[in-house]
Write a protein that binds this ligand. Structure first.
Ligand code: FMN
Length: 146
């Protein structure tokens, strides 16, 4: 069965609501095994064991969270050759501006030569019904493509 890995940094109730929507979206797709790992605890073994990854982070000072950056720093060289073409998606939550975080993630996933299989999702403010539905859709889209 294809395996979807979610690597996330979830430091607040708003982002926990987003993470729950990720799980719901992935659960809508049959025949996908879901693994959810906080970014500070995920490593090369998690990445090498998956068929696709969904990355989630808050925007922090115009960049991705230090937690997600730590994940990338941890996996970059160990996984550089083995994960070329890895299907992935991304969501970023911020107060008002997620552009810097999304650009930084684009840069790193581009250097890793991962394949973006869904449009990046930018969420600002308290996640509403439509936001959470977009999150479910994102997770389902990434899961379906595995
Ligand atoms: C140190 C720090 C830096 C932040 N920088 C940004 C930022 O550059 N852009 C932005 O939109 N939000 C920024 N935020 C807000 C967080 O993205 C937000 O707190 C997080 O997504 C969780 O959402 P919540 O606070 O609504 O629960 C920052 C928050 C902190 C604590």
């Amino acid at each position: 069965m294809p395996r979807l890995l979610v690597v996330h940094h979830t430091p607040s109730p708003a982002m926990q609501a987003v993470l729950e929507a990720v799980k719901e979206g992935a659960a809508m797709v049959e025949e996908v095994e879901l693994t959810v790992r906080p970014a500070l605890s995920a490593g090369p073994a998690d990445l090498l064991a998956c068929d696709g990854v969904l990355l989630g982070t808050p925007a922090n000072i115009g960049y991705m969270s230090g937690a997600l950056k730590h994940f990338f720093d941890t996996v970059y060289y160990p996984c550089l050759d083995a994960t070329v073409g890895l299907p992935h998606g991304v969501y970023v939550h911020g107060n008002d501006d997620t552009a810097g975080a999304l650009a930084a993630i684009d840069r790193i996933t581009g250097a890793l030569r991962w394949k973006r299989v869904a449009a990046p999702l930018s969420l600002t403010g308290a996640p509403g019904k439509d936001d959470l539905e977009a999150v479910r859709e994102l997770a389902a889209t990434v899961a379906v493509g595995l």
